[in-house]
Design a protein around this ligand. Structure first.
Ligand code: KE4
Length: 421
């Protein structure tokens, strides 16, 4: 007898590639088929077969307050009654822009867009427009959305240009993107020297979370700040995950390092399709209609999405104690994984257990060394305990404010009781 999710997956697979609208959801890295979600509330997901899961994916980060937070839902419902989209400026966009700028040092102006991909793509274009240069340095294992110029991987020997990491990306796009090794200052130094005067920006996840969580080693971000200033390049912090996750001041508050441009997504939209990029007034004045860098969007600053973002940020700003609670809950999970002999990387409420036999994970090469079979068994065990973690070893666990201490302890017990380790 097929489950309802299986039926839905078969139907979906006939009309959508892989039956999903984003590849990681298809369970390719863990086998089997994905469950189909019917609804969610607090820390819980409910699937179409009536099963309940304790959710540590949190929609890949946005649901820091938990799912369907009442005040956010109420505000969004009310906003919907006034209309879904106008394609004209609204008061609320200014409120959200003000909130973002009040939270993040160095962000004096922002542009609201509809996805993290769009935010990073646009920030890179601004960096190129502002500096008049073409080349970008990114890092292996960092993900910045699916814009052509950023879907690249290191070329052979690391000394050459990057190569496309997806079919359909023209070699020419990849050629302008150079790939360095995360936490390896020499790899950045080499690329800067080989491309002196040509690098528009270094774009980095200030705490990497797309190869699993890999925090910056002490001095790494400070080095990027220094070498970009010395070479007339901009530093772009891709904070689609870290923004409002590590604190309301994001990575700059967490690390003390400042950047020229920041991108935001996920939490900033409160779970609705909204993202943003921003920086100094000088740099952002390049953006149309003020300046020559064109960027636009029909649903940019959408009034319903903006409402969700405003309500979410207001709650986080009014209750900074939420972050301390998230940190303590994530630290409990970290200790439970460490008791099982796993390598755990954690930054605030972002964490990833790595099945690397106890070896450190400080870059993409280290992360690739993880035991995929062991991860699959871990994923299956946790799901058998009705705990949903990311269906990939190269993602983060996200803790929300809705995860009570009791549920955290329940999760720690499941980790400790896992028979395989
Ligand atoms: P979106 O276009 O998916 O909103 O954001 C792209 C993006 C940009 N920058 C960072 C640091 C990101 O993590 C992301 C997207 N994150 C993934 C999860 N690792 C989204 C999940 C998915 O692709 O389905």
């Amino acid at each position: 007898m097929k489950s309802r999710s299986e039926e839905l997956f078969e139907q979906a697979s006939r009309r959508m590639p892989g039956g999903v609208n984003s590849p990681v959801r298809a369970f390719g890295a863990v086998g089997g088929h994905p469950f189909f979600v019917k609804k969610a509330k607090g820390p819980w997901l409910y699937d179409e077969d009536g099963r309940r899961y304790l959710d540590y994916v949190c929609s890949w980060g946005p649901c820091i307050l938990g799912h369907a937070f009442p005040a956010v839902i109420e505000a969004v419902q009310k906003a919907c009654e006034d209309g879904l989209t106008f394609g004209a400026p609204t008061r609320k966009e200014g409120i959200l822009a003000e909130l973002i700028c009040s939270c993040v040092p160095d962000v004096e102006m922002v542009r609201l867009v509809s996805s993290g991909t769009e935010a990073v793509m646009s920030a890179v274009r601004v960096a190129r427009g502002f500096t008049g240069r073409e080349k970008i340095i990114k890092f292996e294992g960092n993900y910045h959305g699916h814009s052509d110029g950023l879907l690249v991987k290191a070329g052979s020997g690391m000394m050459t240009q990057s190569v496309p990491d997806s079919a359909g990306v023209p070699a020419g796009y990849a050629a302008s993107t150079l790939t360095a090794v995360y936490n390896d200052t020499r790899s950045v130094q080499r690329l800067m020297e080989q491309n002196r005067g040509e690098v528009a920006a270094v774009v980095v996840e200030p705490v990497a979370a797309n190869m699993g969580v890999v925090p910056p080693k002490p001095g790494f971000l400070e080095f990027l700040r220094r070498i970009t200033q010395e070479n007339g390049a901009l530093l772009i912090f891709d904070e689609v995950i870290t923004g409002f996750r590590l604190g309301t001041g994001g990575a700059t508050e967490y690390t003390g390092v400042r950047a020229d441009l920041h991108t935001f997504g996920k939490i900033v939209g409160g779970g609705m399709p909204l993202a943003a990029y921003g920086g100094s007034r000088e740099i952002m004045s390049c953006v149309a209609p003020l300046g020559p860098v064109y960027q636009a969007g029909t649903l940019s600053g959408n009034p319903v999405a903006v409402t969700a973002g405003i309500e979410t940020l207001k709650i986080l700003m009014d209750h900074p104690e939420i972050y301390q609670g998230l940190e303590e809950k994530a630290a409990c999970l970290e200790r439970a994984f460490q008791k099982k002999g796993l390598t755990v990387n954690r930054a605030g409420s972002l964490l990833t257990p790595f099945f690397t036999g106890g070896k450190k994970v400080e870059n993409y090469g280290d992360a690739l060394g993880c035991d995929r079979e062991a991860f699959r068994a871990y994923f299956a065990w946790m799901l058998s305990q009705n705990i949903y973690v990311a269906p990939s070893p190269f993602e983060a666990m996200f803790v929300s404010n809705a995860h009570t201490e009791e549920l955290i302890e329940q999760t720690c017990r499941a980790i400790e009781e896992w028979p395989a380790l």
